[in-house]
Design a protein around this ligand. Structure first.
Ligand SMILES: Nc1ncnc2c1ncn2[C@@H]1O[C@H](COP(=O)(O)OP(=O)(O)OP(=O)(O)O)[C@@H](O)[C@H]1O
Ligand SMILES: O=P(O)(O)O[C@H]1[C@H](OP(=O)(O)O)[C@@H](OP(=O)(O)O)[C@@H](O)[C@@H](O)[C@@H]1OP(=O)(O)O
Ligand SMILES: [Mg+2]
Ligand SMILES: [Mg+2]
Length: 368
């Protein structure tokens, strides 16, 4: 690819996300390497903008999904970060955590699981203690849908059946795991993985449960509270990070199962068994700007997207960020002709077992 390359990424983000993510420091750094981060104009149709080499998005309404599908039909070579269908899975807290159960990682000294949980569809189910089947108080009631709205983050820590009656289904009742008030957030950006410590809910003692008059406590986005406005800040400093190897394995396993490149997940460590971990939440395209040096990390990710090369028939080929398997490679071979720099756009069938669309468009740039 030539030095004066221009790789244009259309960024479809809500206003607040645009401000927090597309900071001038990121936009300028990316630009200095030929990557242009262009906000998508929500007042215009997407197909009338660009054309973009890639689209980065965190919008999930039907109107946006339709626009993106229309765009892909017109520009089949566009790289979409990440595929709609893969993101969709994270919008439901049950399908989200099922991904953890699908992981095929050989466990070492550290183990991982998800807390026991049940779905409650209707209010009437809350008056029948059968809903607790297999669960012990305290439980956390989480809205079933995790779609980025304030409501989807509003939760209750419930101590007894009186507390249960205050809830509004559809929701997930998830067993609360005592974990020492510290949560680990693992940020994934393609191959890059970073684990940080944050505030979490403090442990719940039997005494606290007994003394609760209301039977529940409401809370929201507790891990976003800084040490200054949260009095348990000291615990964070003292907490030891989980082993790097364990975190790397979990992150790469989830990246594969989910078919996502931009996400983070929340991990807690049991107060009782120090090698027992629970994954409690997975978020698409989280607040990366809170990671020190996020500009360089994201710019490297974008750079790799447009420079990912693969040798096919002895020729160096850039695949616009697509990871391809042998079957796709052999299809590509048929299309790569003898010319110098050539773009070949085509659609291949990658089969049902994949986590992404059945049919994937690829632009292969033959480099040498
Ligand atoms: N099973 C659990 N046991 C103990 N604490 C939990 C559990 N589930 C959630 N928490 C606490 O509640 C917080 C919010 O839960 P969760 O992460 O599922 O919500 P969220 O609104 O999706 O968070 P985010 O802001 O990361 O998207 C967690 O950060 C953690 O402090
Ligand atoms: O706003 P913040 O920077 O805190 O980022 C949060 C992000 O909100 P945003 O996408 O509007 O930025 C949230 O997305 P939605 O669930 O609401 O879609 C979710 O991903 C949180 O986990 C992120 O916090 P973090 O996990 O990084 O601490
Ligand atoms: Mg969370
Ligand atoms: Mg979440």
């Amino acid at each position: 690819m030539s030095d004066n390359m221009r790789y244009e990424i259309g960024c479809a983000l809500a206003d607040s996300k645009r401000h927090s993510f597309l900071q001038p420091s990121l936009v300028e750094l990316a630009k200095s390497r030929g990557i242009y981060l262009v906000p998508v104009d929500s007042t215009k149709r997407l197909v009338d903008q660009g054309p973009f080499d890639a689209i980065l998005h965190k919008l999930s309404d039907k109107q946006w999904n339709d626009q993106l599908r229309e765009y892909r039909a017109k520009y089949p070579h566009v790289t979409v970060i990440d595929p709609l269908e893969a993101i969709e899975r994270l919008h439901n807290r049950i399908s989200m955590l099922r991904a953890v159960q699908e992981l095929k990682i050989t466990e070492g000294n550290e183990t991982f699981e998800v807390p026991r949980q049940n779905v409650v569809e209707k209010y009437e189910e809350l008056t029948d203690l059968k809903i607790l089947e297999g669960l012990k108080f305290p439980v956390i009631a989480k809205p079933l849908v995790a779609n980025g709205t304030a409501i989807s983050h509003s939760m209750s820590l419930v101590f007894n059946s009186k507390g249960l009656k205050t809830l509004k289904p559809p929701l997930v009742l998830q067993e609360f795991v005592n974990h020492g008030g510290v949560i680990f957030k693992v940020y994934v950006v393609g191959d890059f993985v970073k684990c940080v410590k944050r505030n979490s809910l403090p442990d719940v003692s039997d005494e606290k449960m007994k003394n609760s008059v209301e039977g529940f406590i409401l809370f929201s986005q507790i891990s976003n509270l800084t040490a200054e406005n949260y009095d348990e800040g000291r615990e964070i400093e003292q907490a030891e990070l989980p082993p790097a190897r364990f975190i790397e394995d979990l992150a790469s396993g989830l990246r594969e199962v989910l078919g996502l490149r931009l996400f983070n997940f929340d991990l807690i460590r049991s107060s009782e068994a120090r090698n027992r971990y629970f994954v409690i939440d997975i978020n698409y395209f989280p607040g990366y700007n809170k990671m020190p040096g996020y500009e360089a990390i994201l710019t490297d990710f974008f750079w790799n997207l447009c420079h990912e090369h693969q040798k096919i028939s002895g020729r160096e080929v850039a695949l616009g960020g697509r990871e391809i398997d042998d079957k796709v490679a052999s299809e590509l071979e048929k299309d790569i002709v003898n010319d110098e720099e050539k773009k070949v756009a085509f659609t291949v069938d990658i089969g049902k077992e994949s986590n992404v669309d059945d049919r994937v468009s690829i632009v292969a740039t033959v480099i040498k």
